[in-house]
Design a protein around this ligand. Structure first.
Ligand code: SF4
Ligand code: SF4
Ligand code: FES
Length: 662
């Protein structure tokens, strides 16, 4: 990492150390030295419009007046913030401002600070509005630089210069973030469009603006959601051995760099907020324009592709395909056929492994040779699924259907296909390797709707940061996070702004994984909309009621018990000797240190069996702990006491759970 160069400067007789290239104004602010400034904000580039921040600089050769907000410190200098020259200049500027906008509070305050009681001039374009626009340009700069829009700008010149939307009309591209109104120092911009009539729109906006500020300040160094969206996860998952490769057998691959975010960045053409959520400046959705398709009904046409996101890229590595053009094409056709890229790619990964294991062959697939990496065959099968033809009629029905079909019709070993068919409750796994995170195995297996990580993503807390070592810790996480994430669904909110950008001080909080600063923000959003104050606990309780009710509903539909929280073994450990050997050191160490089994002298097959026994028992113990924490029976059924406590003890609910031992 390159060293930060510091430069010694003197401001008003005080010696201070300043990072090279910071502005004088920033250096002064950081050291509690006040310099009047009206058009400056750390959220936007300096513009030097108001000229109030003027200071006198002595660089050792000459002295000069400069605007401190855009003067970078590159060598030792001496700065005077209130020399006679500075004060004379600043006073004239403020007198002119006060004469034009005599009732604007920030101008009145600064005039008072420099002891102006009454300006000596009368301005021909005096504006008596206390919320007059003072032409600082902050609003249009935050719209362009912070939000990546360009909705408002200056129009006209001289006395009639003003900030306007084009043609003075509503702009459909304005995402309603309110950043322009928030940054305006005079209150000249008022947000008027409150379609849902919230109880306190300002409270909602303030909470939103805090996240917008973090996006502007930290996104590039944190997740770069605005640059590449969730594609940044590809290289992170590969580095931690978590990227699914060849139907989750492995967690990394030497060709991952070919589908990394840096490669995708060269394809992405859209750099604007997507407007999927009113007011959100995250702009995480990416798009590729003019992409020429090579297959299917639109072959040869140039199309716009919405994506790809991480899951689509991870799905590709899962099929053993490391070609960005393939990813973009299968992304497009999944969208076009109304298919989910996760279900398609996880399903195809299963097909490919079955092909390699000899369960499938060309005859059974209708002529398709489809081992891992077969991108042409993968696209052909995608089109067959889209058309409802050939082997696509089987593959399109998902892994649960294929497992049974392959056993019944192709003589597949049921144990083997159950082990490698990555679905739970009929839903295909999303694109993370969970073998080394027991908590995440539960995150997928216990999730009410199936193997989707949107209930809980605990891999880093568990495997990387080791924050939840005991069964009780994991159970607590598998209580809090599913309830918390359920809350987003209940309120119709997107989860990404919760933890894909974090407050600067998040790491210093007691529970950084919960991002408490943002949870507080959501309490304010809820109160702002409904008028009902909330706490972190009350939000969780809201979800707990619904979550338990959903579990009862699963029960009513014939699911919702321990036997339904089962997971395919590949989710928990290595199915084959080859998989074991790919992480032999780790598995051997676990056998001896945790399972207390000496692996020396054991064959790989024996070690696979011993690891399986150990890991399956760990998963069962995890279920015990989670059910207990959730107030469920050991069979995973909500107890009557729990339902009473939550106030969802309706007669038919009680009758149903009683039947199942609740
Ligand atoms: S609300 Fe947001 S997008 Fe709209 S003009 Fe203001 S800053 Fe720009
Ligand atoms: S509307 Fe507000 S932020 Fe925009 S230029 Fe005028 S005073 Fe500055
Ligand atoms: S703050 Fe420097 S010119 Fe306005």
């Amino acid at each position: 990492m390159s060293e930060i160069e510091m430069i010694a400067i003197v401001i008003d007789g005080r010696s201070i150390q300043v990072k090279k290239d910071s502005t004088i104004l920033q250096a002064a602010l950081d050291n509690n030295i006040f310099i009047p400034a009206l058009c400056n904000s750390e959220l936007v580039e300096p513009y030097a419009a108001c000229r109030l921040c003027i200071v006198e600089v002595d660089d050792g050769r000459k002295t000069k007046l400069v605007t401190s907000c855009n003067y970078p410190v590159r060598k030792p200098i001496t700065v005077l913030t209130s020399s006679d020259k500075v004060l004379r200049n600043r006073t004239i500027t403020l007198e002119m401002m006060l004469s034009r906008w005599p009732n604007v509070q920030v101008i009145k305050d600064l005039a008072k600070y420099v002891r102006i009681e009454k300006p000596r001039y009368e301005h021909p374009a005096v504006d008596l509005n206390p919320n007059a626009c003072i032409l600082c340009g902050l609003c249009m700069r935050i719209c362009e630089q912070g939000i990546w829009e360009n909705i408002i700008n200056f129009t006209n010149r001289g006395a009639v210069r003003a900030v306007r939307m084009p043609y003075d009309s509503d702009q459909p591209h304005c995402i309603g973030c309110g950043a322009c109104a928030e940054i305006c120092p005079t209150g000249a911009i008022i947000m008027v469009d409150d379609p849902n009539q919230p109880h306190d729109a300002d409270m909602v906006r303030r909470a939103g603006m805090r996240i917008t500020e973090e996006m502007i300040k930290f996104d590039e160094e944190q997740c770069d959601m605005r640059g590449v969206g969730t594609a940044h996860l590809v290289e992170i998952m590969d580095a931690y051995d978590l990227l699914p490769v060849m139907n989750y057998q492995y967690g990394k691959h030497e060709d991952t760099s070919k589908i990394s975010s840096d490669v995708l960045r060269t394809f992405f053409t859209k750099g604007k907020p997507d407007g999927c959520w009113l007011g959100c400046a995250m702009a995480c959705a990416k798009a590729i324009e003019n992409f020429e398709l090579t297959t299917g009904p639109y072959k040869g046409e140039k199309v716009l592709v919405d994506g790809p996101e991480y899951e689509t890229l991870g799905g590709s590595s899962n099929m053993g395909i490391f070609d960005p053009r393939f990813v973009i094409e299968y992304n497009f056709y999944c969208d076009t056929y109304g298919l989910d890229t996760i279900s398609f790619s996880t399903g195809l990964s299963f097909v490919m492994e079955c092909y390699e294991a000899g369960i499938l062959d060309k005859e059974k697939t209708g002529g398709l040779e489809i081992p891992f990496g077969a991108k042409d065959a993968a696209l052909e099968l995608l089109h067959q699924i889209g058309r409802g033809e050939g082997f696509g009629l089987i593959a399109g029905k998902g892994i649960r259907y294929m497992k049974k079909y392959f056993v019944d019709n192709f003589g597949a070993d049921p144990d083997f296909v159950f082990d490698i068919g990555m679905e739970a409750k009929g839903m295909e796994y999303s694109e993370y390797v969970t073998k080394e995170s027991l908590a995440q195995q539960g995150g997928y297996g216990i999730a009410l709707k199936g193997a989707q990580h949107d209930e809980a993503w605990l891999i880093f807390m568990d495997m990387v940061n080791k924050q939840i070592p005991t069964f009780e810790d994991k159970a607590e996480a598998l209580h809090y996070f599913p309830m918390w994430r359920t809350w987003f669904g209940l309120c119709g909110l997107c989860k990404l702004p919760w933890n894909d950008v974090e407050p600067a001080d998040n790491a210093e909080t007691d529970e950084p994984a919960k991002v408490p600063g943002h949870v507080q923000g959501y309490c304010e959003v809820f109160e702002g909309v409904t008028g009902k104050p909330q706490t972190m606990d009350s939000l969780i309780r809201m979800s707990e009621k619904v979550y338990n009710f959903q579990r009862v509903f699963n029960l009513k539909m014939g699911f919702g018990k321990r036997e339904h929280d089962v997971i395919p073994y590949r989710s928990a450990g290595p199915v084959t000797p080859r998989e074991y050997e790919s992480r032999q050191e780790r598995y051997d160490a676990q056998l001896s240190e945790e399972a207390r089994i000496d692996p020396s002298g054991m064959s790989t097959e024996e070690k696979v069996a011993a690891t399986r026994k150990y890991r399956e028992s760990q998963y069962e113990q995890l279920l015990d702990a989670v059910y207990k924490r959730r107030g469920w029976t050991n069979d995973g059924v909500p107890t009557i006491e729990k339902l009473q406590d939550l106030g969802v003890d309706f007669p038919d609910v009680i009758e149903l759970v009683k039947k199942h031992g609740g």
